[in-house]
Ligand binder design. Structure first.
Ligand SMILES: [Zn+2]
Length: 369
C-alpha cells in the first residue's frame, strides 16, 4: 500500500471523529451533509464486518469491499473507537432524516460489538475486537492500560440508554428493543417497553401517560424481520409490517394501551464479498460465534492486551460442514439456552453462541465446505 493511501485512509478514519464532533457543535448539517452520509454509507457497506465494526490495526489496509483480504492481514480488527464514532455519527444522521437503515446498522454494532466489549464482571474493556479464527478479547486493566478505547468505552456505556426512542412534533419513534421507560413530560407522553430481546423475538410497549389528542407511535421493523406482526390491545393490525421501515400507528392513545411487536428471527449467512467461502452467521441481528473454549489462554495473554496474540497459541479451527441446501438444515438450535446453535465440523461439531456472550476463544468467520 502506498504512503498516499495510508494518509488517505488515516484522513478518512479521522473524519469519523471530525464529522461527529463537528455535528455536535451544530456545524455539519448545514455545510456538508452529503459528505457525512456518503462516508457513513462507504464504511457501513464496504468496510464493515458482520458485527458492525471496522478497521485493522486502526487503519483500512485494502480497497473497499475486500474485507476478506483485510481479515487475513492480522488479528487486530475493529478498533472499538471506530464503532463508538460510527454509532455517534449514525445517531446524528438518523436525527436528520429518520431513515430506518441507520438503526439496522446501529443495532448490529450495539448488540454484537459494543455490548460484547466490556467484561460483565470486571468492567474492563477491549481495544480490538478480533475476527481471527481462535481469537479472544484482550482487556485493559486498572493500572497499566488506559487507551483511547478505554475512554470511549466509558462514554459508550454511559450512553446505552441513548437513542432507544426519538421524538418529533408528530410523536415517538421506537428505534431499539431494550427494556426501558420513556417519560416525555413536555408532551405528557409516557411508555414502558418490556422485553428480553434478543433472547426473545418480541417486545411489548405499554402506554403509561398520554395527552387527549392523537399522536403517532412509530415502530421500527428491522430489515431482518421479514415476518414481523403487530397487535394493539391484543388485536392484529390490518397492515403488514414492511421489513426495513417504520410502522406508524396514529390514534388517541390511552393509558394502559398495549402494543406488541413480534419479530421472528431466522438464520442468515454473510459471506465475505471477496471470498464467499468464508462466512459469518447471524440469527436476526445477533452474530453467532463458535465457542472454542479456553485452550492455551493465560491471564497474561488476556489482560493489558490490545488484541489477541493468536500466533502465540495457534489453534486449528475446523471447517463447517454444510449438509443441506438451507442453513436451517445443518445449523440447529442447541435447546440449552436462547441464541445457541450447533453445527457439524470437519472433525466433530461446534456450539455457536452470541458473540457478545463469549469471553474465551471464538471464531466468528468460518470456512464452509
Ligand atoms: Zn481506540
Amino acid at each position: 500500500m502506498s504512503n498516499n493511501e495510508v494518509k488517505r485512509h488515516y484522513a478518512a478514519k479521522y473524519d469519523v471523529t471530525l464529522i461527529a464532533s463537528t455535528e455536535v457543535s451544530g456545524g455539519l448539517k448545514g455545510k456538508c451533509p452529503a459528505k457525512a452520509e456518503f462516508f457513513w454509507y462507504a464504511v457501513s457497506s464496504a468496510r464493515t464486518f458482520a458485527t458492525g465494526g471496522s478497521s485493522t490495526q486502526e487503519l483500512w489496509r485494502t480497497s473497499p469491499g475486500r474485507l476478506a483480504a483485510e481479515w487475513r492481514i492480522g488479528p487486530n480488527h475493529q478498533e472499538c473507537c471506530c464503532s463508538y464514532n460510527m454509532m455517534k455519527l449514525t445517531r446524528h444522521l438518523h436525527s436528520w432524516n429518520g431513515d430506518p437503515r441507520y438503526f439496522d446498522y446501529y443495532e448490529r454494532n450495539l448488540f454484537n460489538h459494543r455490548l460484547g466489549t466490556i467484561h460483565p464482571e470486571t468492567g474492563h474493556s477491549v481495544y480490538f475486537l478480533s475476527m481471527a479464527p481462535g481469537a479472544w478479547k484482550g482487556l485493559c486493566d486498572e493500572e497499566k492500560s488506559f487507551w483511547c478505547c478505554t475512554g470511549t468505552a466509558f462514554e459508550e456505556y454511559s450512553k446505552l440508554n441513548d437513542s432507544i426512542y426519538y421524538r418529533d412534533e408528530k410523536g415517538i419513534s421506537v428505534n431499539l428493543f431494550i427494556a426501558s421507560e420513556l417519560d416525555d413530560s413536555e408532551r405528557v407522553i409516557g411508555l414502558r417497553q418490556d422485553t428480553r430481546f434478543p433472547d426473545e423475538p418480541r417486545t411489548t410497549l405499554t402506554i403509561t401517560k398520554a395527552p387527549a389528542s392523537s399522536w403517532t407511535l412509530r415502530l421500527r421493523v428491522p430489515s431482518w424481520a421479514s415476518a414481523a406482526s403487530v397487535k394493539v390491545n391484543g388485536r392484529a393490525l390490518e397492515v403488514t409490517p414492511s421489513a426495513g421501515s417504520y410502522l406508524s400507528v396514529t390514534r388517541a392513545w390511552k393509558k394502559g394501551d398495549r402494543v406488541s411487536l413480534e419479530l421472528p428471527m431466522s438464520l442468515v449467512a454473510e459471506p465475505f464479498a471477496d471470498e464467499p467461502g468464508v462466512q459469518a452467521f447471524l440469527y436476526g441481528p445477533v452474530v453467532l460465534a463458535g465457542d472454542l473454549g479456553n485452550q492455551g489462554l493465560t491471564d497474561a495473554l488476556v489482560n493489558n492486551q490490545q488484541g489477541p496474540a493468536v500466533a502465540k497459541i495457534p489453534m486449528s479451527v475446523p471447517e463447517l460442514r454444510a449438509s443441506g441446501r438451507k442453513l436451517e438444515d445443518w445449523m440447529k438450535p442447541d435447546g440449552s439456552s436462547p441464541l445457541t446453535f450447533r453445527a457439524a465440523t470437519a472433525n466433530g461439531s461446534v456450539t455457536l453462541k452470541a458473540l457478545n456472550q463469549l469471553w474465551g476463544r471464538f471464531a466468528a468467520y468460518w470456512t464452509v465446505s
